[in-house]
Write a protein that binds this ligand. Sequence first.
Ligand SMILES: CC(C)(COP(=O)(O)OP(=O)(O)OC[C@H]1O[C@@H](n2cnc3c(N)ncnc32)[C@H](O)[C@@H]1OP(=O)(O)O)[C@@H](O)C(=O)NCCC(=O)NCCS
Length: 229
Amino acid sequence: MPIQTRVATLLDLPSLVALNHAAYPDLLEEGVVFEEDQLRAHQGVFPEGQRVAVEDGVVVGAIATLILPRAIDPLRAHTWMGVTDGGTFARHDPEGDTLYLADVYVGPQSWGKGVGKALYAELFDLCRRLRLARIVAGGRLYGYSELAETMTPHEYVARVVRGELKDRVLDSQLRAGFAIRGILPNYLHDWRSRHFATLLEWECLESRRPTRHEGASAGEPRPSARRPA
Ligand SMILES: CC(C)(COP(=O)(O)OP(=O)(O)OC[C@H]1O[C@@H](n2cnc3c(N)ncnc32)[C@H](O)[C@@H]1OP(=O)(O)O)[C@@H](O)C(=O)NCCC(=O)NCCS
């Protein structure tokens, strides 16, 4: 049966907690996995940004997003705890123009079956629908700790990009269409990545305001990023 996607509901909360904890067995002790009150808060501040993937009626993966206020430069160095306000999404701002992917996770028993791909497609659709300019995310370097004694994180990322190394997380993000804008140290307390993450961006070309060179008419208003009421 094909993978379907939809908005998360309060009824999904127990499954989402279980899936999130199963997807991050290494992070349970670090306190950076989602608990039910956080997931409930996400649905409260930005319901449309919380989406699940369903296979045979069972929730197998999810994305959690927020919109960042315009005052924040999303391409500057940041940490997961900082940008998500400790996982609460307290700074979600419907007037912003950057969709921040705070989490994408799939239950381990469903890895490698296209669930992540379906969730990234859902994420890009959300960005287009809300007419936001871009998506930004920090991507943990899932396999880096195994090679950290022999190369820098920059070298590791370059080798994954060149196809010389495989990384479960970065490969899925590159495959989806994200561009790497830098490396973030201390992004998340995560031994697997030695706390490094890629700074990822996906630009929504449909929302981009044409430059004068491209023939934009002067004064053309940018579509509002506000969610339809
Ligand atoms: C990262 C994650 C969401 C990917 O989800 P997934 O459902 O396994 O991914 P998909 O099956 O859709 O695969 C998408 C692409 O990822 C890559 N990929 C999948 N499995 C891979 C593996 N074992 N090794 C390397 N690349 C792999 C492939 O490029 C694949 O594209 P393809 O279908 O053309 O081969 C999932 O592994 C996960 O939840 N991991 C734990 C949580 C996590 O670390 N999330 C990321 C936070 S930054």
